[in-house]
Design a protein around this ligand. Sequence first.
Ligand code: URA
Length: 237
Amino acid sequence: MEKRLQTILARAGIASRRHAAELIESGKVSVDGVLVAEKGMRVDPVKHEIAVNGRLLPGEEEKHYYLLNKPAGYICTVTDTHGRRKISDLFTRVNVRLYPVGRLDKDTTGVIIVTNDGDLAYRLQHPSFKVDKEYIVTISGSITSREISKMRKGVDIDGGVSAPCEISEIRKTRDNTILRIVIHEGRKRQIKQMFEVVGCRVVLLDRVRYAGLTSGKLKCGEFRKLTEEEIEKLKRI
Ligand code: URA
């Protein structure tokens, strides 16, 4: 991904942004061997060699982007001291250190992006980007339309009132009710907490869409590479 040269130098720990601008203006920075004078220049650090005072910056890692259909029973933390199964265990044949974008609870299934692109991961999780997350929720028993409308407007959970969301009932079975809910936030156990407020217990939670991506043909536990087009679309969010 192209970034401003100043930003690249600052992120590589070479200098503060202001000092990086000074280094560029004083002709100390080169891209592919050519000295640069324009501090606003945009460069892809994976594709080009950047040097300061003739010394190359450590190359940026190639970025990898996957979509996983997470199975139940796997945690989303990168390291775990309790010997639990982690989603990184599913990626052992991919020889790169990857981490999930956000978290799904151990018992939650569904789509999650797994990448080593920290910038994109940060942006997708930042509340200001309002990324759509759609879930199919199975609750024990039933729920009234008044309770649904209360959740739609926002309920008081850890960290304050949840933002307005879309929520609708799909169907009822003898013991359960199945609903569709779309939220933009990503607070810890958010959906379970929202249902708890109206006295309902979530028994199954499946994320069917994240930032426009759905599991499609991916079976539970399978993953695929994101296409260039999908990656570009995520970067434009
Ligand atoms: N909300 C939850 O309660 N759990 C998840 O895993 C995701 C959203």
